[in-house]
Design a protein around this ligand. Structure first.
Ligand code: AMP
Length: 107
């Protein structure tokens, strides 16, 4: 079981920001900005390269809800997903990084 599946199962603790039946948003353990949140589907999907359009259809408003909850709407934020080896993906479970709470210009 991958590390993010273990988080979904509650085997590894997390600091949850928002959750529904399909998705979970939690604080990154090694934040790269003042706000650094990870958003995952609860079902195991390896990366963006494998995700279905149905999952993305529901994930999009979930991510937007997370950014609203974090009050990032006015100032903006960065949304990133790394894919595979060259993309620098370390955890093989689709996740979006939400980075913000500061200017990311030049980072
Ligand atoms: P990536 O390099 O795109 O695969 O990013 C994986 C991210 O997961 C990194 O930013 C890690 O800091 C984060 N991460 C790894 N383990 C945990 C954990 N147990 N709880 C929260 N974030 C984690």
């Amino acid at each position: 079981m991958c590390i993010f599946c273990k988080i979904v199962e509650g085997v590894i603790p997390n600091k949850t920001i928002l959750e529904n039946d399909e998705f979970l948003a939690f604080e990154d353990i090694n934040p790269q900005a003042n706000v650094h949140v990870i958003v995952i589907p609860k079902v195991h999907v390896e990366s963006f390269a494998e995700v279905s359009s149905d999952t993305m259809k529901n994930m999009t408003p979930f991510i937007q809800e997370v950014t609203e909850k974090l009050s990032l709407e006015t100032q903006g934020y960065r949304l990133i997903t790394n894919i595979g080896k060259d993309g620098g993906q370390e955890v093989p479970h689709l996740h979006f990084h939400i980075l913000g709470g500061q200017s990311l210009r030049g980072l």
